[in-house]
Design a protein around this ligand. Structure first.
Ligand code: FAD
Length: 490
């Protein structure tokens, strides 16, 4: 690394802020990260209670190469600092009719296992997965690896190819529409529709382009980081420190300082600090609202409808359930009605699809012997001032009843410790606008173009990274966001 005696402030130590800090330090900048919390990771953090450890946010880990890349860039062997195992099966799906389906890794294995238990044929399932692979190949460079807001990026062959083949990426159909046409078995339709929730959207509104997520998870694979998801952000925070990034915890940034349409630094409770470059990893909506209220906000991108949020019960369960794995889904009976309830009526659904993540299946120390740590999640609307205390009470009851029904058990007496997150907590803990987990929703075909750019068009040397800006949410996309942002800084 060649020092360039320039300075860079990164606001927020979320996974993207950490990625951006590591990349800027490798470019030779003196980098200081300002983090409001006393811990790194933002949404990707961890808490412990009564002998149980929980990952508080993300739980499904794909595209680990983008974490590894940051160690390699810094001249380190990732395997000395961060490790993961490939999952197979990836998911266990449970239906109200008592049936179960397991999702295995790889096109053939997935198709054979599913075809054996559904009305759909191996060849049709493989044909569908081939289509999702085509979408991936056509969109990867266009949407995920470059800024969509620099004209010159459109004059490269991979991007031109993507644009010329626009008809093949499913932009003109909804995800649910495409999946309904592809499969006979409604359970398979439901399994593939669920991928819309990976960025907080409805499969009945979002474009079939999002079917690409199935390719990433089923074919490219899902992984479990040793030590849980928090080891991603903990190891990146350690890497940042090791290469000389200064991280200031419990130091919320109060203002981004701007003079003559150029960034000059930031202000915290400790005073003003000057920087050549400022990268905000704070949700872009709140970056404008709270850190630079006098700057004209790009209303068209900032005011797009926001994604869903979640109610999560972190339950210490004093029993082991052999029928459950790391990732378990208990599906609602009427998926379309569930999404209508969340996105049109903005309330909670009485028969929610429940996701139960149990890291103690892989990391036994995450729970006392004979027990399990259940991260039990349902999708809910973002925070529009609803009565969340009432929703939490209702959701808890609905979830317990559903789990009891589907697993033919009674978990009520097994819950020996409990924490709960709702959209208000997510909003307070990470400054995510309206407690939306994934920034703007993808509930229309132009959503990808309506995310905020990785730079400010009006203010020089001001950049943005993270799940609320291009290319979007999730650990891998946030790490790509950090790369796109820092690649723009020459
Ligand atoms: C419940 C849940 C489940 C999820 N599941 C998955 C999953 O399975 N797989 C997946 O890949 N992704 C998942 N995600 C999404 C993923 O976690 C996020 O997209 C990603 O972690 C967002 O990272 P980020 O860098 O954008 O910022 P965030 O994690 O939002 O962090 C932003 C940071 O900035 C700090 N900050 C904000 N304002 C200021 C300020 N003014 N001054 C200083 N610091 C500030 C915050 O304290 C925070 O630490 C999930 C998220 C949640 C909440």
């Amino acid at each position: 690394m060649t020092e360039n005696n320039k300075t860079c402030a990164v606001i927020g130590a979320g996974v993207s802020g950490l990625g951006a800090a590591i990349r800027m330090r490798n470019k030779g900048y003196q980098v200081t990260v300002f983090e409001a919390n006393s811990f790194p990771g933002g949404k990707c953090s961890s808490e412990s209670q009564d002998g149980y450890r929980f990952d508080m946010g993300p739980s499904v880990f794909t595209m680990p190469q983008y974490v590894d890349e940051l160690f390699e860039l810094s001249g380190k062997n990732p395997r000395d600092h961060f490790n993961y195992v490939q999952l197979d099966p990836v998911y266990q799906y449970f239906f109200e009719d008592g049936s179960t389906l397991d999702a295995y890794h790889g096109k053939e294995k997935f198709a054979e296992q599913i075809a054996a238990k559904t009305k759909d044929k191996v060849a049709d399932i493989i044909k569908y997965l081939d289509k999702t692979e085509t979408i991936y190949k056509l969109t990867d460079e266009v949407f995920l690896k470059n800024s969509l807001h620099r004209l010159k990026n459109f004059f490269t062959w991979p991007v031109a190819k993507g644009i010329l083949n626009f008809g093949k990426i499913g932009a003109f159909d909804t995800m649910a529409g495409a999946n309904q046409k592809a499969f006979k078995d409604s359970r398979l339709v439901q399994i593939f529709n669920r991928y819309a929730t990976y960025n907080g959207s409805s499969p009945y509104l979002s474009p079939a382009t999002l079917n690409v997520i199935a390719h990433v998870e089923i074919v490219k694979g899902a992984f479990y980081p040793k030590g849980g998801m928090v080891s991603i952000t903990a190891s990146l925070a350690q890497l940042a420190k090791d290469i000389g990034v200064q991280i200031n915890f419990s130091t919320p940034v109060k203002e981004i300082l701007i003079e003559n349409k150029k960034v000059t630094g930031i202000k915290t409770d400790k005073g003003i600090q000057h920087f050549d470059i400022v990268i905000s990893n704070m949700d872009v909506y709140n970056s404008y609202k709270k850190l630079m209220p006098s700057v004209k906000r790009p209303a068209k991108t900032l005011d797009q409808p926001k994604s869903s949020s979640g109610i999560i019960f972190y339950w210490g369960i004093k029993k082991e359930f052999k029928e459950l794995g790391l990732h378990n889904i208990l599906f609602s009976e009427n998926y379309e009605e569930e999404f209508n309830t969340l996105f049109a009526r903005k309330t909670i659904y009485h028969d929610p699809t429940i996701y139960v993540n149990i890291t103690s299946k892989h990391t036994p120390e995450d729970a006392p012997p004979g027990c399990e740590n259940w991260f039990s999640f349902i999708n809910v609307p973002n925070n529009q001032g609803q009565d969340w205390d009432m929703f939490i009470t209702e959701a808890r009851e609905n979830m317990i009843q559903k789990i009891n029904r589907v697993l033919k058990t009674d978990i009520r007496p097994l819950i020996e410790t409990e924490m709960v997150f709702d959209p208000r907590v997510i909003e307070n803990r990470t400054s995510s606008a309206f407690g939306a987990i994934y920034g703007n929703s993808s509930n229309n075909k132009f959503a990808a173009f309506l995310r905020h750019a990785n730079f400010s068009k009006d203010i020089k040397n001001l950049y943005f990274c993270g799940g609320s800006v291009h290319p979007g949410p999730s650990i891998p996309l946030c790490l790509l966001s950090a790369k796109i942002t820092t690649d723009l800084i020459k």
